[in-house]
Write a protein that binds this ligand. Structure first.
Ligand code: GDP
Ligand code: MN
Ligand code: MN
Length: 251
């Protein structure tokens, strides 16, 4: 397996034909997986937004005030409002906003970005990253993972995760297979889409590199069962349940 970033892509503008841009800059082959940073998917889909467009409601003002108190610096309630509008549920209101996006991904600030965004104050995540991945997959013919850089609990540092995917299952299900001792695996489900996203993130960079697209070449899913249940079911997610009782939970 090989991974490389695609060079030569311009600043992506609203309405851009992203598939066409990618096609012009890389020759894709059978066995490639195309990993595309959500930043450029959002830009192409016109997901730039300005703070002035968000009228903060009571809850957004309360959240911004609480975070501001903890951080000891004022926080813009319009930003909190933008996060609320992008979210299906808020798991934590402070000391940072941990949100469930409308498409089920859990992340700080609903993934709203302020870096690599030249024209607007904010860049929202794609509305439906799996639909975005599906469109790119249909146009380009290879599996596609739409990625974002995301933090994680328990560990410092961010890494790439999959927001949406098409043309391959998100998970490799090892259950029912056997280890070297012949013991049956009963729990192991490998989050392949996240692993591909993290691999891509190694070569796309986070700053001024200008390389939002990576190709993982000769990736083999192998002879395994696969499924798409990457986001945990809310009702059986113990951490999500526990956060509902946390003092800074806002629901
Ligand atoms: P995210 O992980 O999806 O939030 O995206 P990042 O902001 O980390 O950007 C990932 C990569 O894409 C970095 O190399 C950026 O420099 C690059 N990038 C971001 N926007 C653009 C763009 O419009 N055009 C090009 N060519 N590169 C971009
Ligand atoms: Mn991002
Ligand atoms: Mn990134």
């Amino acid at each position: 397996m090989e991974v490389f970033a695609v060079d030569g892509l311009p600043e992506v503008r609203p309405g851009e034909d992203l598939a066409g841009l990618i096609e012009d800059n890389v020759d894709l082959q059978d066995g490639d997986v195309l990993c595309v940073a959500s930043t450029v998917v959002s830009k192409a889909e016109g997901r730039g937004a300005n703070l002035a467009a968000f009228e903060p409601g009571e809850r957004a003002r309360a959240i911004a005030e609480r975070i501001g108190e903890i951080a000891d610096e004022p926080k813009d309630p319009r930003f909190a409002q933008a996060v609320l509008e992008e979210s299906e549920e808020i798991l934590l209101g402070a000391p940072f906003i941990l949100a469930v996006t409308q498409f089920g991904h859990i992340t700080v600030n609903a993934g709203i970005d302020r870096s690599n965004v030249p024209e607007t104050d904010l860049l929202l995540l794609p509305e439906n990253p799996t639909a975005s991945a599906r469109r790119l997959h249909d146009a380009l013919g290879v599996p596609v993972v739409v990625t974002d850089t995301s933090g994680r609990p328990f560990r410092q540092g961010q890494r790439g995760v999959a927001l949406g995917w098409a043309g391959l299952p998100a998970c490799r299900d090892w259950r029912g297979e056997h280890d070297r001792e012949g013991r049956e695996l009963t729990a192991t489900v490998e989050a392949v889409a996240d692993e591909l996203a993290a691999t891509a993130n190694l070569v796309t960079g986070e700053g001024a590199d200008g390389r939002p697209v990576a190709v993982v070449r000769e990736f083999a899913f192998g002879d395994h069962d696969g499924h798409d249940a990457l986001f945990r079911d809310p009702e059986s997610d113990l951490v999500r349940q526990a956060l509902r009782g946390y003092e800074y939970s806002t629901d």
